[in-house]
Structure formats: C-alpha cells, structure tokens
Write a protein that binds this ligand. Structure first.
Ligand code: NCD
Ligand code: ZN
Length: 419
C-alpha cells in the first residue's frame, strides 16, 4: 500500500509504548505496523495522538483584540492540540444558526487546527438547526464573562436534558448556583472566592448529578465539587490546569492573572482535584482558554475573569508525570483519550481509520513556560516559570503543523467536522 506519509517511533497504543510505524493516507491512519520502509523515524521519541481541548474561548468574532481563530488555533497547535471546541460567548452570542454560520465563515478562513463550535441558549431559544451542527450545547448556570445566564429550575432542567437525550451533542454545564454567586466587587483572589463560594459549585453539581441524565460538567474547582461528583452515573467532568496549578495563595506578578470563574481556591481544594483526576471522579482536562488583554488584567477589581491556557495544558500535565503527580498512562487518558471519546471520537487514538492527528514528545525535554514564547494574543500567563513538556512536532490529518517547534501549517487548513 502506498502512503502519503509514514512515521515511526515509540507509539502509544492500548495503554503501552511500543516500537512501531504509522501509515497515513488522505489524512487518516491506514496502517499500524512493526515497520514501514521509508518511514520518517523519530527513534526513541514518543508518538501520541494529538489532544482535543473541549473548552476554549477564541473570542472571534467580536473580541479579536483578545484572540482570534488564527492566534487561538496557533496557540493550540503549539500545545499539542489538534481540535478545539470553541465556546459560544462571542459577539454575537452563538445560539441561532445564523450566528453559527457567521462564526464558521470566520473560523474556516483562519484556523490552523480542527475545531467545533458550541451553541448556547439565549431567551430560552434552543435552535435545532444550529445544535445539529455543533459538537455540544453550553449552559451557563451562573453569570460569567460574556453575559448570558440560563436560569433553569428543576422542571426546565429535566425538560432540556430529555430533549438533549435525542441528540448526540453533549450538554455542558458551567456549574455554579447563581443564587449563591455575588457579583459585587472583589479586591483579591480571596474576596473573589468569597463571592463565588465552593458551596455554589457543590449545589449546582449535586443538582446536575441528581437528574441522572447524560451531561458534562465544566471546570470543577473545589473539594466540595469533587465530593458531589461521587454519585455520578455516566456523567463526565473536567478540571483545568488553572485549578490544578494555582491557588488563592499563589505568588504571581499580577494576581488578576489568576482571576477566573469559578475561582481558584485553597491548596486543599487543589489537592482534592488532583486526587479526583487520578482516581477517575474527574474524567478529563480542559484548558478553559479564556484570554483577555494585559491592559484589561491590570486592575484586579475591574479585570474580567478568565485565563489563557490552550497551549500550556498538555505541557504542564506531561511535566507533572516526572513529579509523580500523575502516571503517564493517566495523563494521556485525561488529556487526550477521554476528551476525544466524549466529544470527537474520530480523533484521540493511534488506530486504523482514525484521523492522523499526532504529536511527538520527548519526556526528558522539560522547559520553563515563558509568556513571551507563547502564541496567544494575551501575551501573559499565570504559569510563568513552571515546568512543561511541549511537543516537538504536531500533525493534523497527516499535515505537518509544527515541526521542530516551528509553525509550518497553514491558515484555513483547520476543518469543522460537525459543520
Ligand atoms: C470565561 C471567559 O472569559 O469567556 N471566563 C472564565 O473566567 N472562565 C467564561 C467562562 O468560561 O466562565
Ligand atoms: Zn469557559
């Protein structure tokens, strides 16, 4: 069989590293073998499936001073991400088909990796035509950046989840009880946490799990939230590196860099999140990449909530393997396999028939994160100086996007498989 491209190295297959080769044709993996003559040989370097990031805010259209589909997907590629799912809180807020079409028009010309576009709900409108061309529906249970809140009582919540049961699209919740969230001023991370207490998360998660319906919970941040997940039955949940690596006591050049909804909390909460990520109560890692400009982040009290992170999520967690915080196998599961299974099943494993989305990593190549070496428009990171394992090469559907740490991709190469 003729291949467009073949790669060899240490492949991660079925939970193990094995020496082997991958044959690629028309963007798909068509062969996985011991050897393929003429394959580009990565030697002892590891070849993993690339990552799907199920929660990013690329700000386009509407807020392109913060990010756009080119810079956001470029940043994703450098972080080993071959598919991003973009949240609806852009301008216009995406809840009707016309909004989705407008965003698709913008994204398809700029994206360097694949993407899907969430739809949201506004004024109680759930647009079926839009939903069918989205990977997922986002419900904001509490106010956050971007404005739309979906106040659902138990009857409305169950009604919505019953409707959603007829669709393959995932229903994703920002889980904070709006009645327990204060929108008043906060001067520092502790006050921000007081305005948005763990109990608000616990209450919302309990309500969601209690429905017994299929759904996904975004960014769990607290020990109480983790406890509430104990009763989950088929539902899934994510955690972000912001909540795994930062606390309200973090020593940062600018505390507003750690201002996010729901907030970063105590060391005890952070440790509970790591425990839950290891033992499976938390299923996956999302970045909740939410860039804002440096100028917007200058003053804590007026700064919008949100932290960029699509480029640093995989690198930070891979570097945590060395520190013993998580096993290599579990890291691959929560970063790569679980998000793909849940949101984008044609990606996320080295298997015949899957998209040839692959990254090459050297686990010994640990570097410190530097804001000025990242590719988001934000230009800042709260993870400055932290250890990271960045991928050396990144392929999307067999096309090279990053080679030896340099961008070799193409604007507009990214596809939306749902649209
Ligand atoms: C997000 C944003 O800036 O869009 N902010 C955040 O603090 N996480 C919105 C959100 O996901 O809540
Ligand atoms: Zn978000």
């Amino acid at each position: 069989m003729e291949y467009d491209l073949a790669l060899s190295g240490r492949l991660y297959i079925g939970g193990e590293l094995v020496d082997g080769a991958i044959g690629i044709k028309d963007g798909k993996i068509v062969a996985v073998k011991k050897q393929i003559p003429g394959a580009l040989d990565y030697g002892s370097k590891i070849i993993l499936p690339a990552r799907t990031d199920p929660h990013v805010h690329l700000r386009d259209p509407g807020f392109t001073q913060k990010e756009d589909f080119f810079t956001g997907t470029l940043s994703a590629a450098f972080g080993g991400v071959s598919c991003v799912l973009d949240m609806p809180n852009t301008d216009p807020f995406v809840y009707r088909y016309s909004h989705l079409e407008e965003k698709e028009h913008v994204a398809s010309r700029k994206a360097v990796v694949d993407y899907g576009l969430y739809v949201g709900m506004s004024n109680n409108v759930l647009d079926e035509k839009a939903l069918k061309r989205a990977p997922a529906l986002k419900i904001f249970m509490a106010p956050t950046t971007g404005g739309v809140v979906n106040e659902l009582d138990d009857v409305a919540l169950n009604y919505l989840l019953n409707i959603m049961a007829d669709y393959p699209q995932v229903t994703v919740f920002h889980a904070e009880d709006s009645r327990m969230v204060k929108e008043g001023p906060a001067g520092d991370l502790k006050e921000h946490m007081r305005n948005r207490p763990s109990e608000a998360e616990e209450k919302a998660v309990e309500r969601l799990i209690w429905t017994g319906k299929d759904l996904h919970i975004a960014h769990i941040t607290s020990e109480a939230g983790v406890e509430a997940l104990k009763k989950k039955s088929g539902q899934t949940a994510e955690v972000t590196p912001s909540h795994l690596f930062l606390t309200m006591d973090s020593d940062l050049e600018n505390l507003a860099y750690a201002k996010v909804n729901p907030p970063v909390r105590t060391k005890r909460d952070r440790d509970a999140l790591w425990g839950a990520l290891r033992d499976g109560r938390i299923d996956m890692v999302s970045s909740d990449h939410a860039p804002h400009t440096i100028a917007e982040k200058e003053e804590f009290e007026t700064s919008p909530s949100g932290i960029p992170g699509v480029e640093t999520a995989l690198p930070l967690i891979l570097a945590s393997v060395k520190k013993g915080l998580i096993t290599f196998e579990r890291a691959v599961e929560v970063l790569i396999e679980a998000p793909a299974r849940r949101f984008c099943p044609q990606k996320g494993s080295i298997e015949e028939g899957k998209d040839a989305d692959l990254i090459v990593v050297d686990m010994k190549d640990i570097r410190e994160i530097r804001a000025d070496e990242l590719h988001s428009k934000a230009g800042w990171t709260p993870f400055e100086g932290m250890d990271a394992v960045f991928p050396q090469d990144v392929y999307v559907r067999g096309g090279i996007v990053i080679k030896n740490g340099n961008f070799e991709g193409e604007r507009g190469f990214g596809r939306n498989p749902w649209f």
